[in-house]
Design a protein. Sequence first.
Length: 234
Amino acid sequence: MNTFEFLQIALPEFYEGLLITLQIAGVGLSTGLIVGIPAALGRVYTRGPLRWLAITYIELFRGTPLLVQLFVVYYGLPQVGITLSALTASFLTLGLNSGAYQAEYFRGALQAIGQGQMTAARSLGMTQWEAIRHIIFPQALRVVMPAWSNEAISIVKYTAVVFVIAVPDLLTRAKFLTGRFFNPIQSYLSVAVVYMLIVAVMTLVMNAIEKRMYVPGLSVDSERHGLALASGEH
């Protein structure tokens, strides 16, 4: 089978797999944002049990492999009476994993905002949470964008792990085509190109968002506080 004949068969398969991959990435990133922001706020601005709960969650999901987390959720939870579909398990695992990393991105951004701004807000009669909501957090959103956009791009690639629990994503489709036509090079190189195209498009979009949100001067403090170092890598 030549490349043209293969692509005629493969493209519909890749299209269906792409929809699943983007769905998992979108839900995982959104879930991570919902979980990560409170975890970051808890780690920076609370004390006692809430802070330690946030730290435990962050370190647990940053300190263990994503594949192990997926196996625990999909194969382990049924042993305690919680059975999830493969797709739901993928949503939950990617979301919790991404949330831990996003929490560190936001923690670095929050700490990059000078303490003098909190002091000034409190002197005007604001509570701590009012100051965070109206002054600190809006600035942190702008500071965090370069690091956060990296997470948005990376999570698309990390969705590939779900093929081990038979979710029909892009990589699973490539594996299916390999078994059907015995052409691993064509199948896996083709799906690699699809991933590269997705990442390229997302990179352009995120770069445009970063430029739009950029405020001169805000990045100085983030570099000084080591935002990139605090965020870590998968």
